[in-house]
Write a protein that binds this ligand. Structure first.
Ligand code: AMO
Length: 446
């Protein structure tokens, strides 16, 4: 059998025999001629078949032609077929200026004619039928972009001597807080699903790994239904040794994002414009940095009062500060820095001259938090004090505290939600649109 050609590569070929395979998008069955639009994972192409409606003694091939015609007449949208035929360039063909005249057709799998979802189906219905929803070209592009983005991050990390780690997702203790924790039976004891790789990325610092990264699932038993929360999400994590402050972490973070966005723009910029009508911008460095207290004042001056002054920015506050940053610096990203220790985890280093503040940041992109980063407290006595300060029992954390008892460099890092980056990059309403299979308090299927 001739080699299968991806549809995107057809236009570069000369007229002649080809084989393509994919699923049937539409069939137009006219009396004298039949048209199929066939789509594969790279694009769509028009197939044409001059219809043979009855046997003709003068044509030795008429039985085969009749069979093909009848097969096409009965083809349901969504069926997967393989076609051999003759490629012809023809400017009059609207779809890419090429057409394939069918010589043979093999049906790999017939679809049920009634498709369960349509373009106006609700998001929930589409999620129920995610495999069909994913056939949309926009969805296909999302996951190509994700692949390119992750590849670019990995390339950056490898070029900068990072080590990739795979930390366990089954844990004996919570990694972030007692809230939002999935607990499960683990033989005759309890286990928890990792909320982040936090403790184990810090362990790598004590192990002398220097700089590490991980892209892996994280779990949060978050009962809320928002556009930015999932109960399982892909977390992009990095941790580096020998930082002087969170500034070193932010520098890494922005360089990494520039690498990711540059690769996505180069490879998919035209498709993003075509399918999402977005001119993707590669951010410039340095990203603006604003201390959280100052950001809250800016937002207040714009007339928005954050509901709890002692708390984190709320979503509207994030939108307001992003609007300010866009107007003032023309930038889509902003680091909000120096969060109050009262709203940060015990492992964040506090300011030497003001323990009320931490060496930490959140990164906001197009008005939504995509990441948290910090310099970590590496001095065991202070770390224990900070844990107690947060009402934690140091005994429970002993395995973690050991990492700091046998020598550890200064260090810091960040965790970033992959789906949030994609959602904001592609102006989507929710992370569920850019998550392969979304998990929420009420969604465990498919
Ligand atoms: P944090 O809890 O802020 O920090 O999480 C880091 C980033 O992970 C993403 N994220 C989520 N994405 C989807 N659904 C969720 N339920 C969800 N929760 C978090 C967000 C968020 O900014 N250990 C620290 C990071 C660090 O300091 O290295 C941590 O987990 O994009």
């Amino acid at each position: 059998m001739t080699e299968r050609i991806l549809i995107k590569n057809l236009s570069a070929l000369e007229d002649g025999p080809v084989r393509v395979a994919g699923w049937v998008e539409t069939v137009r069955d006219q009396k004298k001629v039949q048209f199929i639009v066939l789509r594969d994972e790279t694009g769509s192409v028009q197939l044409v078949n001059p219809a043979t409606r009855e046997l003709n003694d003068e044509d030795a091939d008429s039985a085969t032609k009749l069979e093909i015609t009848e097969a096409i007449s009965g083809l349901a949208q969504g069926s997967f077929v393989s076609i051999e035929g003759d490629l012809k360039h023809d400017e009059r063909v609207k779809l890419g200026g090429i057409e394939i005249k069918i010589r043979s057709l093999t049906i790999a799998s017939e679809a049920i004619p009634e498709t369960p979802i349509a373009s106006d189906s609700s998001s929930d219905k589409r999620m129920d039928w995610r495999f069909l929803d994913l056939r949309r070209p926009e969805q296909n592009l999302v996951f190509r972009i994700q692949t390119t983005f992750e590849h670019a991050l990995r390339t950056y990390w490898i070029e900068h001597d990072f080590i990739e780690v795979h930390t366990p997702k089954l844990m004996a203790s919570p990694s972030e807080s007692r809230a939002e924790l999935f607990e499960l039976e683990y033989f005759d004891t309890k286990a928890y699903l990792a909320q982040s790789p936090q403790f184990f990325k810090q362990m790598a610092q004590s192990a002398g790994f220097g700089a590490i990264f991980e892209i892996a699932p994280a779990f949060r038993a978050d009962p809320s239904f928002t556009s930015r929360h999932a109960t399982e999400f892909t977390s992009v994590d990095a941790e580096i040794s020998w930082v002087d402050s969170h500034e070193d972490v932010m520098k890494l973070h922005e360089e990494l994002l520039v690498a990711g966005f540059t690769a996505v723009k180069e490879k998919h910029g035209a498709a993003i414009k075509e399918l999402f009508d977005i001119d993707l911008e590669v951010p410039t460095v340095p990203f603006p940095r604003i201390p959280l207290a100052e950001a809250k004042q800016i937002v207040a001056d714009r007339g928005y009062e954050i509901p709890r002054a002692d708390a984190d920015m709320d979503p509207e506050g994030e939108r307001q500060i992003a609007a300010y940053v866009k107007e003032t610096y023309g930038h889509d990203f902003v680091f909000l820095t120096d969060y109050a220790s009262s709203i940060r985890p015990f492992y964040h280093m506090r300011h030497a001259d003001n323990p009320e503040l931490t060496n930490s940041y959140d990164l906001i992109y197009n008005g939504v938090e995509i990441s948290t980063g910090a310099q970590r407290e590496h001095r065991i006595d202070i770390l224990i004090e900070q844990a107690k300060d947060k009402g934690m029992e140091p005994e429970e954390l002993d395995f973690y505290l050991d990492f700091f008892r046998y020598g550890v460099p200064t260090h810091g890092g960040f965790g970033m939600g992959l789906a949030r980056v994609l959602m904001l990059m592609l102006h989507q309403q929710s992370i569920r649109e850019v998550t392969y299979l979304f998990r929420s308090p009420t969604r465990l299927m498919p």
